[in-house]
Ligand binder design. Structure first.
Ligand SMILES: [Zn+2]
Length: 465
């Protein structure tokens, strides 16, 4: 999608235009004199007005006292009306944040994952270009980078494991080396073995395809932070549950999405690097599939993790925490000021709040939570903070090892968090995105399938921290 700033005086009779109007007089800016008086008449009564003829589609959205999420949803509606026939839309606005919300709504709605259709060209939306009056090209470019990162995260998640295995995931991330200043290194099986990442290797035992551990680093000269912030993303490219096989039917249908945390963190890095945010960040992405292959790790096994902790495996389907634990412990290499992980970790998180938000918890200073929650509300990738009391830690004690990998069954999202906390030597925040990462039925501009949840959120977090 092309997005370009255009000055009001240069607007030349666009076929499709929308004005985000704060007041009646703003409608005068609509580049179609004929419809202005009519639109003005109903301005106070109707939130969204439109006049559609074969020659043009003109819209007025009353954005007075309208929150950004409502604007995104109206943009989705307009996109739905135009996507099949129109190639260009012109947006005129006064307020930056409202224009940004509207463009987000259009651009995110326009995402399609058509790779595997024989007739993909026929299915492709026609919309190619958004012209914007009222927002600087600099802000447009920044927004475009963040949205493109979000859409890339969606594509990674939508890709099935038949294409996107752990090796391919690392390769796809490595392609982003072309971004100026973004360093990317992939550790392969031999190096992972040498490091002793027992958790990642254990989960990988049942797979034909080796694991990968991808490290991304963005370290600009003008970084505000002395010590980096380390992001960790769960990259289980496919989860059968392993020997603790998931029950059928349907429980595995969406398990290609179990690497959504990895996609979110990798994409956040690209957005931050493209926009050159002055913050030093490292992302760690452990990746493997989880299968009941002939040498698969088994319930009862005791695994020695990267940091030397021993873990009794009592459910091979609690594999995400096994690979995350190694990465979280490895974060100590960087002596970070903060570790944040994102993972489609537990069904408990989905049962608790469904797909409308992610769950956040941790032991980091309150200021980080405050900013994360604020950013979440701003971009409408909302977070709900859960308690993180130490009582839950006791549930993770094993009879024969330091820890076991599964709790009693209740508050599973928190016991998982407490398990991971054990491996974090620095302030730690855990985000369970199991609910909002992937949608089984279409939800406005978030679409159907992968949502790219967390990229816009974390970008805003890093911009404001
Ligand atoms: Zn699992």
């Amino acid at each position: 999608m092309k997005i370009k700033n255009i000055k009001h005086k240069d607007i030349n009779k666009p076929k499709n235009a929308i004005i985000l109007a704060e007041k009646k007089a703003d409608i005068n800016q609509l580049p179609c004199d004929k419809v202005v008086p009519f639109m003005k008449k109903s301005f106070d009564k109707e939130k969204l007005q439109s006049i559609k003829t074969p020659k043009h589609n003109m819209y007025v959205l009353n954005v007075k006292n309208t929150d950004n999420e409502t604007i995104r949803k109206h943009a989705y509606q307009i996109h739905k009306e135009l996507k099949d026939k129109e190639t260009e839309i012109h947006v005129i606005g006064i307020d930056d944040q409202k224009l940004i919300a509207f463009i987000e709504g259009i651009y995110l709605s326009d995402y399609q994952f058509l790779k595997y259709f024989s007739e993909k060209d026929k299915k492709k939306n026609k919309l190619r270009s958004i012209k914007v009056t009222g927002l600087s090209q600099k802000k447009i470019d920044e927004l475009k980078n963040v949205i493109e990162a979000t859409l890339w995260a969606r594509t990674l998640v939508n890709e099935p494991v038949s294409y996107l295995d752990a090796v391919r995931l690392a390769m796809e991330i490595q392609k982003k080396r072309t971004i100026d200043g973004l360093k990317i290194k992939v550790l392969h099986k031999k190096e992972i073995e040498n490091l002793g990442m027992g958790g990642l290797l254990a989960v990988n035992q049942g797979s034909e395809i080796p694991p990968t551990f991808t490290i991304m680093e963005w370290k600009p000269k003008n970084a505000k932070n002395q010590k980096p912030i380390v992001l960790v993303g769960k990259g289980v490219v496919y989860d059968t549950g392993g020997l603790s096989l998931k029950p059928t039917p349907h429980s595995m249908d969406l398990m290609k999405s179990d690497m959504a945390g990895a996609a979110t963190m990798a994409a956040t890095m690209t957005a931050v690097a493209l926009n050159k945010l002055p913050v030093h960040i490292v992302a760690l992405i452990p990746a493997t599939d989880n299968r009941p292959g002939k040498n698969a790790y088994a319930p009862g096994d005791v695994i020695k993790m990267y940091d030397g902790t021993t873990v009794e495996v009592l459910n091979t389907d609690a594999e995400g925490r096994m690979i995350l634990a190694d990465a979280i412990a490895y974060a100590d290499t960087y002596k970070p000021e903060l570790i944040i992980d994102a993972a489609t970790l537990t069904g408990a998180a989905v049962r608790a709040i469904g797909n409308k938000a992610a769950i956040v918890m941790g032991n980091a200073p309150k200021k980080y939570f405050k900013q994360l929650l604020k950013s979440g509300n701003k971009v409408h990738e909302r977070l709900v903070e859960f308690p993180f009391w130490d009582e839950w830690k006791d549930e993770m004690k094993s009879d024969i090892a330091d820890l076991k990998n599964i709790g009693s069954g209740n508050a599973g999202m928190i016991t998982a968090g407490k398990f991971l906390e054990h491996f974090a030597k620095q302030p730690y925040i855990h985000i369970d995105i199991a609910g909002p990462a992937f949608l089984e039925s279409p939800q406005d501009y978030k679409g159907k399938g992968a949502t790219g949840f967390g990229v816009r959120l974390l970008y805003d977090f890093f911009k404001n921290i």
